[in-house]
Design a protein around this ligand. Structure first.
Ligand SMILES: Cc1cc2nc3c(=O)[nH]c(=O)nc-3n(C[C@H](O)[C@H](O)[C@H](O)COP(=O)(O)OP(=O)(O)OC[C@H]3O[C@@H](n4cnc5c(N)ncnc54)[C@H](O)[C@@H]3O)c2cc1C
Length: 295
């Protein structure tokens, strides 16, 4: 089978930092990603670009020199240059106009010069200066940049958004077995939260890339957590912490993950409860779903 790869991004401020996806690695995407990452240092900002090259249009902009902005510092006057939509642009130009643009680049070591007609270019006369500045700023701010990551669809889900990539990559494996793995972890999490007796029962299911060739699925609960003494034994056959348990669920779960070339792990969350996660290798499969192929 080929489970089409899905990345589920959640925004659960109580449990984990905000995860923000920026779609498109052009000038707008970079500026948004840098601003977001610099505004919230805890946020995980990921920029997804479908092509191999970042900032492709910036490289050729202004005849290869990049006309960054215009030396017109009055938002009302500047807006008059846009007969269609000028009114709508007055607000944005007031909040972040040419003056702020010049300062933004200067604070990053890029000086701009003004030509007689008012156009502003980097003093280097080279668009690569702007490309380097945007990429360096994004990296310094901790933005995770992924190329060849075209987005096929974006759908709203209960806990955030579900993003489907169009690169045809998928996880090869037995669909029923992998469903059992996820279901077993979810049922365990629900049992752990029932045992804890707390009113805040929060279960977070998260799937995301954990590297170029790996996907990680996490099941995080707000339950009783795992006794440190049990941690080393919970995956052993016939070992159970449940009064009516047989001690085979997690052992089977681990062997299924092992057979698929992945790894099952568990840890206690710093703020209570436990997280079970498993990795699976990603491969190109043409995107079809061909039944229970096995790995
Ligand atoms: C020849 C030329 C010269 C120009 N010169 C200037 C200039 O000097 N100054 C100026 O201000 N403007 C110039 N422009 C306009 C310039 O293109 C824009 O200012 C700027 O590049 C727009 O940036 P953007 O991020 O909005 O869009 P884009 O640069 O088009 O970026 C969008 C990005 O999203 C990616 N993408 C699209 N769909 C998906 C998907 N499904 N999944 C993932 N990624 C996706 C694309 O590959 C692209 O990299 C020029 C344009 C051209 C063509």
């Amino acid at each position: 089978m080929a489970c089409a790869q899905k990345l589920l991004y959640t925004a659960s401020p109580n449990l984990m930092p905000l995860t923000l996806l920026i779609l498109g690695g052009g000038a707008a995407g970079f500026f948004a990603a840098i601003t977001a990452a610099e505004t919230d240092a805890n946020a995980q900002v990921i920029l997804l670009e479908k092509s191999r090259q970042l900032l492709a249009k910036v490289r050729v902009s202004g005849g290869g020199r990049c006309n960054v902005t215009h030396a017109c510092f009055d938002p009302a006057v500047l807006a008059q240059n846009y007969p269609r939509g000028g009114e709508a642009l007055r607000g944005p130009f007031t909040r972040f106009g040419p003056r702020e643009t010049v300062a933004w680049f200067e604070s990053r070591g890029v000086r701009l010069k003004t030509e007689p007609d008012g156009r502003m270019f980097p003093v280097t006369d080279d668009a690569q200066t702007i490309v380097n500045c945007l990429i360096d700023s994004a990296r310094r701010a901790g933005v995770e940049i992924r190329t060849e990551a075209g987005i096929e669809s974006v759908e709203r889900s209960e806990s955030g958004f579900e993003i489907r990539l169009r690169d045809g990559e998928g996880v090869r494996g037995d669909r029923v077995q992998l469903q059992q793995v996820a279901l077993n972890l979810v049922l365990n999490a629900m049992d752990a939260m029932r045992e804890s007796g707390t009113r805040d029962r929060i279960l977070v299911l998260r799937a995301a890339r954990a590297g170029a060739k790996t996907i990680r699925v996490e099941v995080r609960d707000s339950g009783v957590g795992i006794n440190e003494g049990d941690m080393a034994k919970i995956f052993q056959t016939f070992y159970t912490t449940k009064p009516d348990g047989m001690g085979i669920g997690l052992a089977i779960t681990r062997s299924i993950v092992d057979v698929h070339g992945g790894r099952l792990e568990a840890h206690n969350n710093p703020d209570g409860g436990a997280t079970f996660s498993f990795t699976l290798p990603i491969g190109h499969d043409g995107g079809h779903d061909g039944g229970h192929d096995g790995p």
